[in-house]
Design a protein. Structure first.
Length: 667
């Protein structure tokens, strides 16, 4: 059932247009100074520039300047990232970095990991882009010496909430936002946040958002004379999310506590095959977690301690039992207790030593015999050391992994104990006033256990699966320059990865997977990024951001196999993104594109498994009005402006041309 008819939506669009026009005229009359003021950003100095490892970061301003519309879109703009997107607002979106697979990507929220041991990968679409202050990708190693051991994965996506930003100073104890977003395919997303800061040391905040979309977008099925235009069916989604945050700061320490609840109900559209577009699957997911993190620091010592409890529920239903893969009704309950602590000692300005330890107990129960009750205890430890001398920086790490699996009354997966090293270094090759150049190199071994689904899912999982071990090598540089009105930041990284006993998941649909060990995989690649700004006139600037990725991810398991040397599924050899923004006092404009070369849905490179190359273009316009202490932000986006038909995952078509409108009131 649709929320509004076509005529009603058209009337709403007309009213919005009239209101915006009236507001524009009123702003010209009432506050002319506001129109002559543009927010011109400069290239900020950030620790990622001199880091030993590749770091890519986008804040809320970059989301505007690049025309980013959702979290999956933001990650697609990062070099070395492959997003597996099932299409539409409700489509699952997971991230693989440098061909290592989504299970090697740790997703953290305000510094603590988001665990999903059942699937081994996090659906990033559940995070609303407008509720994030920044997104950061760290590859190879963590940039900071002291951190939770879980954050030392092969790649880490850091999601930063606005509540993680520095506490405000001033006399405004109450501030927040109210927003409404409306988009094609009957998409509605109201949201609100409120922060109370009675002092410069205390802050309490809350946020909530609701999302609804029919997702019945049109697509094109090409089959000669039988080709036809269709609309996505059984794709409706509804989501509600709430968060509470509290922060207290003292002279040398700080405490940040948060609680969150997430509810999502969606219909799973399923793969599109000839003459079949309907599906009868549904998925209801709920997640609640509470976390607290304490940090302390003085001149010589720093320490942290954190605790988190995570509860998740998934209820999958297939109403057509005749064609259901597995049980038609599947209920999963996942619980995790996570504890972490660490301490760092700075012996001088040159040498520091850090130790951190993690413990997690994860339990999964379901109505299926194979996963009726399984659990895993994990103990991770890291010992890290850093040395700085002038322009040179060196970091050494040693990690110890201990895993104990439990499955009462049945065979459990093997227990594991592993030691893995990591080393990274950087040198400031040029340190002039207008030019800084840093060179970096690093090597790391990363280790991951199979997920519960990979080990135990009935008929598809296996307790005999071997863990994955990755070896990563990276050489790179960062160059930053500024001359008058022009600024530029350039990064280039060449890498070589080896994966032993790689576990590959091949989807039947959005919920059911097949898992196998491929053996050995080798990945060689190159990541290039460029960010430049040019001030063309007072209160006007051009912002260009682009990246390019080359990935040669090949199966090297059996030299006599037909698939030996073939590119891994869903991994393009060439991919990239670019955006150009013109920021001005009147109406800022953005043009952006993402593209990828040919891919294959399986290791067998056949015409039937080929996914053609694609490129998608979009345009955005945005404007801000400062009304005293209040600010109004309006934005309009045209996504897939040239109406391209393409697929990222085989038989899951992506949406064609669509619009998105948003209004945000900040007070």
């Amino acid at each position: 059932m649709k929320l509004l008819s076509f005529k009603a939506r058209r009337a709403v669009a007309v009213v919005i247009g009239l209101v915006l026009g009236a507001m524009y005229a009123a702003a010209q009359k009432l506050d002319p100074d506001t129109l002559r003021t543009a927010e011109v950003t400069t290239l900020r100095k950030h620790e990622s520039i001199s880091a030993n490892v590749p770091v890519q970061r986008m804040d809320s301003m970059a989301f505007k300047q690049r025309g980013i519309t959702d979290t999956g879109d933001a990650l697609r703009r990062l070099a070395g990232v492959t997003v597996r997107d099932y299409g539409g607002a409700g489509g699952m979106k997971t991230v693989s970095v440098r061909g290592l697979g989504a299970a090697h990507t740790m997703v953290t929220y305000d510094g603590l990991g988001m665990s999903d041991v059942r699937n081994g990968q996090t659906d990033l679409q559940r995070f609303n882009i407008d509720a994030l202050a920044a997104i950061e990708l760290q590859t190879l190693d963590y940039a900071r010496l002291l951190c939770p051991v879980r954050n030392l994965a092969a790649a880490v996506v850091n999601l930063v909430s606005p509540f993680e930003q520095p506490l405000r100073s001033g006399k405004q104890p109450l501030h927040g936002t109210v927003s409404l977003r409306q988009a094609a395919f009957n998409t509605w997303n109201p949201a609100a946040s409120l922060t109370v800061q009675p002092s410069e040391r205390t802050q309490v905040g809350a946020a909530a958002n609701w999302f609804y979309a029919d997702n019945n977008y049109p697509f094109y099925v090409e089959n000669g004379v039988a080709s036809e235009h269709l609309r996505r069916a059984n794709s409706r989604m509804q989501t509600a999310q709430t968060e509470l945050h509290a922060r207290q700061r003292w002279t040398h320490s700080q405490l940040h506590a948060a609680a969150s609840f997430y509810h999502n109900h969606r219909r799973l559209p399923g793969p599109v095959v000839l003459y079949v577009n309907d599906n009868n699957e549904q998925l209801t997911e709920q997640q609640a977690f509470g976390q607290a993190r304490w940090t302390w620091q003085n001149k010589a010592w720093s320490a942290f301690a954190a605790a988190k409890y995570d509860w998740q529920k998934s209820h999958y239903t297939h109403h057509n039992t005749a064609i259901a893969v597995g049980a038609p009704r599947q209920k999963y309950y996942q619980r995790e207790v996570y504890l972490t602590a660490g301490m760092q000692r700075n012996f001088s300005h040159h040498i520091a030593l850090a130790y951190a330890t993690d413990y997690a107990h994860t339990a999964l129960s379901s109505n299926l015999p194979a996963t009726k009750r399984v659990s895993r205890d994990t103990w991770l430890q890291s010992l890290s050391a850093s040395w700085h001398a002038g322009p040179v920086s060196l970091t050494l790490r040693g990690l110890c992994h201990l895993y104990a699996n439990h499955r009462p009354g049945a065979e459990a997966a093997d227990n594991e104990v592993r030691l893995t090293p990591a080393v990274s270094a950087s040198v400031r090759a040029v340190g002039q006033r207008h030019l800084r150049v840093f060179l970096r190199a690093g090597y790391k071994e990363a280790f991951r256990m199979p997920s519960f689904t990979e080990n135990y899912y009935h008929h598809l999982g296996s307790t005999d699966l071997k863990p994955e071990l990755t070896r990563q090598t990276n050489l790179g540089l960062t160059a930053q320059t500024a001359y008058g009105p022009w600024q530029m930041l350039l990064t280039a990284d060449a890498y070589y990865n080896q994966v032993e006993q790689r576990i590959v998941s091949i989807p039947y649909n959005l919920f059911v997977w097949r898992t196998v060990n491929l053996g050995e995989v080798r990945v060689g690649g190159l990541d290039l990024t460029l960010h430049t700004t040019l001030r063309v006139a007072p209160r006007q600037q051009l912002v260009l951001t682009t990246n390019y990725s080359l990935q040669r991810a090949a199966d090297r398991s059996v030299s006599t196999a037909a698939t030996y040397g073939n590119q891994l599924p869903y991994t393009p050899r060439h991919s990239g993104a670019a955006s150009l923004a013109w920021e001005n006092p009147w109406l800022s404009l953005v043009a952006h594109t993402t593209w990828a070369s040919e891919r294959w849905s399986t290791l067998e490179h056949l015409p039937a498994t080929s996914l053609p190359r694609y490129s998608e273009w979009g345009f955005a316009a945005y404007r801000s009005w400062q009304l005293g202490r209040h600010r109004l932000d309006l934005r309009a986006d045209l996504v897939n402006a040239f109406n391209r038909s393409y697929e990222i995952v085989r038989r899951y078509p992506m949406p064609r041309r669509a619009y998105k409108l948003s209004a945000v009131w900040a007070f």
